[in-house]
Structure formats: structure tokens, C-alpha cells
Design a protein around this ligand. Sequence first.
Ligand code: ATP
Ligand code: MG
Length: 879
Amino acid sequence: MQPYGVNQLRKMFLEFFESKEHLVMKSFSLVPHNDKSLLLINSGMAPLKPYFTGQEIPPKKRVTTCQKCIRTGDIENVGKTARHGTFFEMLGNFSFGDYFKTEAIAWSWEFLTEVVGLDSDRLYPSVYEGDDEAFEIWNKKMNISADRIFKFGKEDNFWEHGSGPCGPCSEIYYDRGEKYGCGKPDCTVGCECDRYMEIWNNVFTQFDNDGKGHYEELEQKNIDTGMGLERLASVVQDVDSIFDVDTIKELRTHVSTLAGVPYGEGNQTDVSIRVITDHVRSVTFMISDGIMPSNEGRGYVLRRLLRRACRHGRLLNIKEYFLAELAQTVIKGSRDGYPELEEKRDFILKVIAKEEEQFNKTIDQGLGILSDMIARMKQKQESTLSGDDAFKLYDTYGFPIDLTKEILEEKEMHIDEEGFAAAMEVQRKTARAARGVTNYMGADVTVYESIDPAITSSFVGYENLSYTSAITVITSETEIVEALAEGEKGTVIVEETPFYAASGGQAADTGIIQTSDGDFFVEDTLKLKGGKIGHTGKVVKGFIQTGTNANLFVNKEKRALSARNHSATHLLQKALRTVLGNHVEQAGSSVNEDRLRFDFTHFSALSQEELSKVEDIVNDHIAASLVVDIQNMPIEEAKKTGAQALFGEKYGDIVRVVNMGDFSVEFCGGTHVKNTSEIMAFKIISESGVAAGVRRIEALTSKGLIKYYNHLEERLYEASRVLKTTPDALAEKLSHLTAENKSLHAEIEGLKSQLAKDAIGDVMDQVQDIKGTSLLTVDVKGVDMAGLRDLGDQLKEKLGDGVVVLASADEDKVNLMVTATESAIKKGAHAGNLIKAIAGLVGGGGGGRPNMAQAGGKNPAGIKEALIKAVEVLDGQLS
Ligand code: ATP
Ligand code: MG
């Protein structure tokens, strides 16, 4: 057998199944499409689900792929076993109601033994214990002796996921030899150690599970298989683990060179090297599919993997930033199979570098918080960090839990592991609940799923705003119906429609569908699975029924306004790239008849100058009256024109390219103006951040912009009217008014304090002598706390030396204030304690410093008594 390389094996597999009449499809994005049950694609089958259920018709009944996969569930195994990565490539062959077990088994054997040349004496199949059919095929047709075929139970060899299609599996294991074994006497196929390695899993989907444990034979039986490309390579190249196969080894070596730590010298350091090697692969591929680091969902998985890699870098004592450099090696090793890596290279590196930098800051911040926590524990003489605190560090601050543990251990402290696990579980449950539904398709089951998959609709709305076509399906909100009557809501499907279904960020068309029987008002237009377009809305007159011809009219005004905003978005994207640089990628967009919103990747807020430049560029290209030219062309040809494609988006072989005078060239399926002059004018109304590294611009054009200015103008005139001036003089008038207001304020303050003084008249004859210290207690009327303080200061000055106690009833509230001079304090007076002792009498509480204290209360009737008590309290304080 030849030690084929990873890239060679991928090719051999796809070509082998192509020779068995399979259609070779490119790997799908790691981001699942229309599937809420999955965060990330984790098998070759996952993106093909609609073909398995029959909801969509596959391009061919036999398909083969090499699919990029992420399995975070395997994260704890990574670096420790020979066979797990969070990222790997899965080779697969699929049959949608075509061939079944016999062919699938025979071909897998043929590929492994004849094409690749693996020693058949080292291969062992396994079957589901209830699947006699598969057993017979292996035994009788493939001539494998019965003692070499292993039977496993449901747990290992029956594939199912909630309700939906499911079925038995047959796996193929390879015996890598005794040296990889665990040495236990019962070590054999199925043992968790690395000797017998599962390389291929054939799933025979032949049942439908109704979710309550009833299995029914499927009419259309499917084949779904998966073989880890890296695992196959490790066997073929006869190396220790997937980290030793040609392409990955190069990356692994790069890690160990960077760290200055040789591979194979220590168990701990080897694990770290392998973890970094794996994670940097995951991270690079995820970003190339448009995933950005964040605190939830896929973004969080990405962040976690990236941080884990950083963390292991620290363990290896890598001092510099290192991940972006490693990503370059990933790109080099895999760009042949995945050209998007090279295309997005600069962007990938930038995102990684930025996140690594941020994580380093996080670590420093986390160290600070942890040391505060430790100080508090020491104070309380505790040695266990609470689960909640540990989780807070981990979850809120992104601080790695093993780092927390390690630091605590150095201080002979530890974590409440159970409490931590409990906090984690609570969060997991919330996350799971937030993700919601999971049936086989990971989506809510809707009435649309029962529509015949052979029915499709085509969009003819690029050229037409009205059209005549036959109604093929009508549904109410819950079921397929023949007709809908006046007032009823539902969905209408026709053969050809001019209505644009919401997609690519552009809002859906609305309008009206008329038949000779009645009118249906279209409120929304949806892209349904399997190439159908649904018009949802309500019958407003008469009734409508299937089979009849309908006249479809799109709301022209709304379409035209949306088109202007959509075309402006293209100009905006190009302008942003011109002003900010080529790292700007579309991260989302939304256009409708009122406004446009564009999200893009950029790492800081835009300055006023940059915003003005962007606006100017867009407006210049509107004024230039550029012709908008739209063409369909093969994707390869389109790429050559330099057309801007959407990040992480999967395109078909033929793409639609929208060109605006060669200034902006983009892949786009939306509707556009014929000439940029139709956009009239463009104005940015806001710029903000929506996530790390993602900015958002909201802008207006044409009618929306005029409406905005009209509104602004109206408000300006209204404000001028109120201030009895003209818009031009408004600013000056306002600054006069503010200045005047300020001086009036000062005057009021002065008057208030004068009034307070007048209110108490001359009180100096009320001064009492308490053990040689002067005390003045006064009840003043209607003075607020600030006024009391002011008054207190004045009286204290007059008194020269002593204690002042002031009380004032202000409606049904009481304000109390005590102030004491330095010399009185020296003799024992304490304003804070004094007020504490008397505040209760006015129904309140308070306290303060020795020289100054205040309190509030709710009982004006107690003032007199409080002031008498003050004498007694001060007497007690003075020595
Ligand atoms: P294991 O028990 O070894 O984790 P599995 O039962 O989870 O494997 P399947 O879900 O059947 O594997 O996936 C199909 C194939 O994909 C496996 O036979 C294997 O070759 C490959 N594979 C699965 N998980 C990984 C992984 N984490 N890293 C690399 N290859 C994998
Ligand atoms: Mg597994």
C-alpha cells in the first residue's frame, strides 16, 4: 500500500464514487442553513437533510462530498486520543432512495481494500444486533467470516435524532496493531482505546420514528455514510494519530517550532501542541465561513476555541501573539480543497490577531478580579472559591477555568467544583431552551412541508411587475385547501410570479393577486423550501381557488423605493472599501422602501471625516448616472470580473452579477434601479457598533430622505416658533437663553439663602452653654437640605466655636443637620453620632462625619423633642 497524502485521498474517494455514478458536490459552509437544531455542521449528512426527507429534490439521487465538520462535543478528547479533532473533514457517499445496503457495503469494502489497498485482515465490520440483513451481506456476499463481524446494540449502531428518519449503522474498524492497544485482556473492536479505530460509518436510514417509539419502514430508503479523512490518512500513512498525517504534521511542527518545545518530549506539552494544532484549524475554517467571535451561539464556539488555543500557548510559554501566524500554515495546507481560505486570508488573520489581543487583556483583567476574590476569601479564612464566582470569571470575563484552578492551587485553595458544574448546567439549559425546536430537520413543522416537492415556482419579477399565471397550491394557515373565502388568511403559490420573496436582505414585495372569482391581498412573499415561492395574505374580495389563472400585480411604488435603497447599498459597500480598506465585508444588510441598513466588518467607529467621504463617494456615483448592468454568468467567469461575493455564502454554478458602471460589481439576486441617478441622493443617518468587529450604517435615499428632511425642517420651524425667532437665528437665540437661565439660577440661590437667614432672624441670643461649649439649636421653616447646610455654615462662623443643630419641616418631611467646629470635636462632640441619636424622634435615620451630618425624617411633630434631646446628647458627648 502506498502512503497516500490527505489531498490525494480526498480526490481518490470523490473520484471513486463519481465512477459509481455519484454527483460530486462541494463542501457546504460550516454554518447550517435553515436548521435550528445545529450550531455548526457536524457531518456530511447534516447539510443534505432536505434531500433525505424528500422536502427538496436532490440534483441527483447519488451524491458524494467531502464536508468540513466541527464537533465541539469532542473537545475534551482532542489532544488526548489519536482520532479526535474539533475540526475534521468527512468523506461521504449518499443515496436518496436509490441504492441501499448491498451496494453501500460492497463499495466501502472495494474502496478500502482495492483502491486504497488496506489489508483486509486488519479490517473489521460491525453491524446493529437487530440488522440480520447487513450481517448476511458482510458474511455471505463479502465473505467475511462471522467471528470477524461484531454486533453492537442501539447505543453504538443505531442512528437516530428525535423523531424522523433513522436506522441501523454498520461501521468499519481498522486494527492498528498491538502497540496502540490498552493491553486489557478484553481489548477488541469497540474498545475505547486507540488500537481498533473506527474509520467509516454507514448509516442505513430505513425507518421513520414518530417520536413515540413507533418505527415504520420508509418508502424511500437512504444511505448516509461518513469517514473521517484524517483518520483514513492516519491508517494509510501508518502514523500514530491524526496529528501525524502529512498536512496536519506540518502545522503541528510549526506549533512546536514557535513554542521552542520539541514534539514527543512530554505528555503535557504534547497535548498542548495537539490542542493548538486542532483549534487553529477550526478557527481558521470558521472565520472563512463568515463566523465572528462573540458571546453567543457559533461566535461563542469560535471564541472559546480561539481562547483555548491561546491558553495552551501560555502553557507552552509562548510569549508573542502566535495564532495568526499558524493560521497561515492552515491556509497553505488546505487552500487547494478550500479556495475560500486564500480568498479571505487577510480578513481571517486580522480577526484572529484582534481576538488574541483582546483575550490577553481579558486574562489581565481576570487576574485582577481573581486576586480580589482571593483576598476576600483570605479575610474570611476560606479556602474554597464558590461555584458562582468561578463561573462568573469563566462566563462573564472569559477567564479559563483551568487557569483559575491553577492559580488557586498555588495558594493551596480550590474551586467548589460541584457548584461550578451546577452553574454551568443552568446556563446550558437556558441555552438549549433558547435554541428551541428540534425535530429531524431542526425546524418548526409547517403546512408547507406537506406540499408536493415536485411543485416549484419561478421568479419572473426582474423584468415584470405584473404577470398572469396559474394557481397551483393554496394553503390556509394550517393545511392545504382547495379555496380560500373572503376574510380568510393563507398562502398562494403560482407557477410563475413577479413577486420578489424576501432574501439577501431585501424586503419582500406586496401587492394583489386577482382572479375572476376574487382578490387576494399579498402582505408578504416567502421563499419556501424546494424552490417554491409563497404569497401570504388575505382574501379581500370574493374567493380564490386552485387551478384558476390569476393576474399578479406587484406594488410598484414600494418595489421602486426598495430597489433604490438596494442599489445604494452596493454603492455604499464599494465606498466603504475605498475609504476604509478591503477588509470591509458585508456582514448583513436589510433594505426596504423606507431605509437601508448595512452591517460590515471593521474594527473601530468611523470618524466624521470618513463618514463624509463615504457619503460623497456614493453621491458622486449617483450623480454620474451610471448604467446598472445585470448578467447571469458561470461562477468562475464572475469571479474573474472581481465581483464582490457575500462572505460565507454558497453560490450555484450560475450567478447573477450586478454591475454599476464598473464602479461596483457584486453577486446579487436582488432587484435594482436601471440607472444610479434614480437613487437621487444618499445620506447616512447613523453609524454604530453591533458586535465585536462589526459596524452598522443606516442610511436614506430618494423619497425616504426627503421625508426625513421634511420632518427635520418641520421640527426646526416649530422650535423657532416657540422661541419666537427664525431658523437662522435659532442657535444664537438659544445661547442667549441658556446664559440668561444660568444667571437667573445663581440669583435664585442667593435669594434662597438670604430668605433662610431672614426666616430665623437673630438667633444668637438662643446660644446655650453646655460644659463650656456653645450649642445652637434652631427650628426653621421650609428650608431644604442645601439651604440648611448653607445656613449651618453661616451660623457656625458667627458662633466661632461650638455645635449647630438645625431642623426644618418642609411639608410633611423633616430635614435635620448638625455641624460641629474643630475645637468642639476635640472636646468630644460628634455630629454623626448626635444626629443618629435624635433622628429617630422625627421618624428618620441618618449619620455622618464628626464635623457634619444630615438626616431626613417623616414626623415634623417630633422636631421640638429632638432639639431638646440634642442638648442631652451633646452633654453626654463632652467630657
Ligand atoms: P468516535 O466514536 O470515534 O468518536 P463517532 O461514532 O462519533 O466516532 P460518527 O459520528 O459515526 O463517528 O462519524 C463518522 C466518521 O467521522 C467516523 O467514523 C470517523 O471516521 C469520523 N469522525 C468522527 N468524529 C471525529 C472527530 N472528532 N475527529 C475526526 N474524525 C471524526
Ligand atoms: Mg464521536
